[in-house]
Write a protein of this length. Structure first.
Lengths: 168, 293
């Protein structure tokens, strides 16, 4: 992987983190905000494959978790699982199609957020269903609307070339 | 085009790495809290330091004048004092028999500016820039009422867990009826704050002010939290849960204040009077003769 890739990765992580802490809360609808960090893991996995995606998911999850040490490891678990699912499912799909990519993003964000939901809700199935419907599903829907728009903006600004290279 | 063998190898490598990451995440998740805090701080100030530098860029650019800060600080201070006076008045009669008790501690208000905010659904967290020293556990308020507490401190930056965080539990009481309870936010019932598991006959009425009780020694007594907007019976427990609308509106605070408790002056007159000791070292019997050695 070239120096350009790493510089772009660092810029993308900074951008997603700034979004998460500043603009994201202002775009929140009923407390739900799009998760561009999860989307970053998704697009990186699509572009570069399972191994970089899983590593990025684990490390970016840790980056988010260090702010909440009580849940240290939870986002890492969710996002590396999400990256693995992305890699496996995308093998069977034409993920260069933006609509397919957006639907795949919805599915894998649902998988990642459901992992978190299970741990947050504990052993109460009723509570888990409520949290899933109230937080997990809206977060995944909102992410799969905002993230492709952000990707389209970046690609437009780059004149059509791919931010991470590869397929997306 | 990758060969079937190389594709299978990639798949195996991906699966192996995922299993390793799952195991590592699981280990991190079950570590004792002190170890997790240590790992978290270590990562924050080493591996993630370049990325963490972005904190405070966006919200800090929202300029608020010093005058506005000063006025808000005065307003917060005055409202806090008024709330404390109200509490003192209500409790005056009950405390009359306890005169001579140690004096209540005083509060010191420190201004802080919100520089970052995370609305992650398991709990809202703010980062604030403090113009002074902050300590974990310090109560954080706005002129509208209690906002949360300081969870961690790194230099002049403090992380605040707000009322909309599943870890926060506040001991509160009804300002009218003096009924007590524990106030929490629950992601499964996110619209309100809740006082769970109170007896059915407890006296919480719509509109009653809810203030901190001072029990638990995390939040000072008498800080306004919100007001009662309703209650419902929990069919599973045969108890009641009370809906509370917080005074602070979620996600809009840009200036907050930390309330630090100052310990009271060490004044002998504030203590319970020591009983006079007899020469034998025994206290005198009430109404009886003084024992002689």
């Amino acid at each position: 992987m070239s120096v350009r890739f790493w510089v772009r990765l660092l810029i993308a992580v900074w951008g997603a983190l700034i979004f998460r802490l500043t603009l994201g809360p202002r775009l929140a609808v009923l407390g739900v905000q799009p998760d561009l960090m999860a989307a970053l893991v998704f697009y990186l996995t699509l572009a570069r494959g399972a191994v970089p995606g899983i590593l990025a998911g684990f490390l970016l999850g840790l980056l988010v978790d260090v702010d909440q040490p009580d849940a240290l490891g939870l986002s890492s678990l969710a996002w590396c699982t999400m990256a693995y699912a992305t890699a496996r499912i995308s093998e069977a799909l034409e993920s260069t199609d933006p609509v397919v990519a957006a639907l795949l993003l919805l599915l894998v964000v649902l998988i990642g957020e459901t992992v978190r939901c299970v741990f947050v809700a504990g052993a109460d199935p009723g509570r888990m269903v409520v949290i899933w419907l109230r937080w997990v599903l809206p977060t995944a829907l909102y992410t799969c609307i905002v993230a492709p728009l952000a990707v389209a903006l970046v690609h437009g600004a780059l004149g059509g070339s791919r931010w991470f290279g590869g397929r997306t | 085009m990758p060969s079937p063998g190389s594709s299978s190898r990639h798949r195996r490598r991906g699966l192996l790495l995922w299993i390793v990451c799952v195991i590592l995440s699981g280990i991190l998740f079950v570590l004792p809290p002190t170890v997790r805090n240590g790992i978290s701080s270590g990562l924050e100030w080493s591996l993630f330091l370049p990325v963490r530098a972005v904190l405070g860029w966006g919200e800090r650019s929202l300029f608020v004048s010093r005058e506005n800060v000063r006025l808000q600080k005065e307003l917060t201070s005055d409202r806090t004092k008024i709330a404390e006076l109200g509490e003192a008045g209500r409790e005056n009669e009950a405390l009359r028999r306890m005169l001579g008790m140690k004096a209540r501690s005083e509060s010191n208000i420190v201004a802080a500016r919100v520089v970052g905010r995370s609305l992650d659904w398991p709990g809202e967290v703010l980062w604030v820039q403090v113009s002074g020293v902050a300590r974990p556990g310090t109560a954080v308020v706005t002129p509208e009422g209690l906002l949360g507490r300081v969870a961690r401190v790194a230099g002049e930056r403090a992380q605040v867990e707000t009322l909309w965080h599943s870890r926060i539990a506040v001991s509160v009481l009804d300002g009218r009826s003096r009924e007590q309870g524990i106030l929490r936010w629950d992601p499964a019932r996110p619209g309100w704050l809740w006082i769970d598991s109170v007896p059915l006959q407890s006296d919480f009425r719509v509109g009653d002010p809810i203030v901190t009780s001072g029990l638990g020694e995390v939040f000072p007594k008498g800080i306004r939290v919100g007001h009662v907007v309703g209650s419902e019976e929990d069919p599973r427990t045969q108890l009641k849960r009370v809906r509370v609308e917080p005074g602070v509106r979620r996600g809009i605070a840009s200036e907050v204040f930390l309330i630090e408790e100052r310990p009271p002056e060490d004044d002998a007159s504030d203590r319970f009077p020591e009983p006079d000791m007899t020469p034998s070292g025994m206290p005198p019997l009430p109404g009886g003769p003084v024992p002689q050695p």
